[in-house]
Design a protein around this ligand. Structure first.
Ligand code: HEC
Ligand code: HEC
Length: 242
């Protein structure tokens, strides 16, 4: 494991593994990196660094810190981290459950956690993603698993949009992200990844806050998507094996 992943470099380069976990499994507050193409990782670091990849919610500390970390990295550190994370394969970590109700949660740090007891609340048009085992998750264990509650019918709706383009509403994701959305060449896989992260990215592409070098390819696919469509696409992608 490269030094930059384990320890980072004081004072500004935080260890990548601190947030993305040692095995690149990530969490809903950031993202998994395991198995992403090395060229893609290098390009995203350059986009964060140059300021073209931003976030629609700049007051959220995790992406703000990511951008600060990227700015402080050297090309050699980025290459080492990219080679390491791309050599790993992402394990299936997320269970996507369509449901009218989800356990009542609270915001803890930068993630949701189920409250004690068995109180439930309507999912509504939301993704309620939480660690299965809170202790394991906050200990930054790469073996942490997650449950994502999504609206009823969203997986099928997402599948239709992803595979047919929804009669012109969007472009078939499978053309670029591969038939099973596991990625194609330098294009990242989106199968089995955090649905909260995926919705945030679709939103950022649509709003233009994520405007990296290759984001022009995503622009036509997101232009006419509603939040409900984004949730459906994310629910479907997250439900697939990475
Ligand atoms: C403070 C926590 C934190 C640290 C430390 C951190 N990241 Fe991140 N990283 C994030 C967050 C949060 C995002 C998602 C940003 C967003 O929402 O746009 C992210 C996104 C990324 C992405 C984009 C992934 C994708 O699928 O597009 C890459 C690549 C990345 N990080 C690499 C690194 C590397 C390499 C390091 C170590 C040098 C690192 N990160 C350190 C929090 C962190
Ligand atoms: C014409 C090719 C193309 C099509 C069609 C396409 N994508 Fe993408 N997608 C890309 C490229 C290229 C990137 C990387 C963009 C960048 O570097 O900023 C990307 C990135 C993404 C990301 C961010 C992944 C990450 O790791 O941060 C998500 C989420 C995504 N696409 C979802 C979708 C969905 C859902 C669809 C279908 C509705 C779709 N894409 C259709 C080319 C495409």
């Amino acid at each position: 494991m490269p030094e930059v992943v384990v320890h980072g470099r004081k004072p500004d380069v935080w260890a990548c593994g601190y947030c993305h976990r040692a095995e690149g499994t990530g969490g809903p507050e950031n993202t998994s990196l395991a198995g992403l193409p090395a060229a893609y990782i290098i390009q995203q670091m350059a986009d964060f660094k140059s300021g073209v990849r931003k976030t629609s919610v700049p007051q959220r500390v995790p992406p703000a810190t990511m951008i600060a970390v990227a700015k402080a990295t050297t090309p050699a550190e980025v290459e080492a981290a990219a080679a390491y994370f791309s050599s790993l394969s992402l394990k299936p970590l997320i269970r996507v459950i369509e449901s009218e109700l989800a356990p009542k949660t609270e915001v803890r740090g930068w993630h949701l956690a189920a409250l004690k007891g068995d109180e439930k609340e309507p999912v509504g048009q939301r993704v309620i993603e939480m660690p299965e085992d809170l202790e394991q998750f906050v200990s930054r264990d790469s073996r942490s698993h997650f449950i994502a509650y999504v609206p009823l019918g969203s997986i099928q709706k997402g599948k239709e949009l992803a595979t047919t383009g929804g009669a012109g509403k969007t472009v078939q994701c499978t053309i670029c992200h591969g038939p099973e959305l596991k990625g194609l060449g330098p294009i990242p896989g989106i199968a089995g990844r955090s649905p909260s992260y995926l919705v945030r990215q679709l939103f950022d592409f649509r709003e233009g806050t994520r405007a990296g070098i290759s984001s022009a390819l995503m622009k036509p696919t997101v232009e006419h998507l509603t939040i409900e469509d984004m949730i459906a696409l994310a629910a479907y992608a997250a439900s697939l094996t990475p």
